[in-house]
Design a protein around this ligand. Sequence first.
Ligand SMILES: NC(=O)C1=CN([C@@H]2O[C@H](COP(=O)(O)OP(=O)(O)OC[C@H]3O[C@@H](n4cnc5c(N)ncnc54)[C@H](O)[C@@H]3O)[C@@H](O)[C@H]2O)[C@@H](O)CC1
Ligand SMILES: [K+]
Length: 222
Amino acid sequence: MAEILTSAQMRAVERAAIEAGRVSGLALMERAGAGVVAAILETWPALAAAAVPPCAVVLCGPGNNGGDGFVVARRLAARGWRVATYLLGTPERLPPDARAAAEAWLATPGARALPATALAAADAQDCRAGVVIDALYGIGFHPPLPAAAAQMLATAQEIARAHPAGWKRVAIDIPSGLAADAPPPAPLPPGCDLVVTFHREKPVHAALRAQGVPVVVADIGL
Ligand SMILES: NC(=O)C1=CN([C@@H]2O[C@H](COP(=O)(O)OP(=O)(O)OC[C@H]3O[C@@H](n4cnc5c(N)ncnc54)[C@H](O)[C@@H]3O)[C@@H](O)[C@H]2O)[C@@H](O)CC1
Ligand SMILES: [K+]
């Protein structure tokens, strides 16, 4: 059976690698974002091969999970995708690695980080294929889900429902609103099509898989 780490154990592994000088937090974030993009392209090769560039709507939260979202935004835009990011909070209040990832994204021509309140399902209406990325909360989350985040996730579901064949829902590390170390409720809240976690599964992931949610574990070199 594959090893499972609690969120505290995962943080300890990351901290040990950083303190030993083997890797920086920002490099881990870059690898995490690269892992998410690789998992998307492997899971849905039609998106990778689409003649018309797909779209991505990236919901970024106030912590490092949001930072992963900015890395994914930058990397998908570099592949020609049409990318919009929505930030719950303000760039100034992001932790340092996430802020650096946001700044790298904002250095991309045409890139913006729109406020969470600007997110509307109509924004994605003219796009037949794409991904909604949930980068709101990861292993730092403890319930309950703030209302503003719940509103963003509801809009994300609307976007995916408008084009069920072409739009996919991807959660970075953990579907936001679920706690890493506890089993999720059954049935699950409105779904996602893929979860990409890092290094090892956390306790929530086995239960997600048991409920039919695909989980990919990306290697971030720890
Ligand atoms: N350098 C790093 O720290 C790395 C972090 N990684 C990503 O970072 C995530 C963990 O990041 P963080 O520890 O910043 O936390 P999160 O990004 O999971 O959470 C963001 C913030 O939300 C706050 N929060 C928690 N529950 C809340 C609630 N109910 N209402 C309002 N706010 C709440 C927390 O205090 C936390 O500061 C991982 O899941 C992973 O996606 C990866 O990029 C690998 C490297
Ligand atoms: K998430």
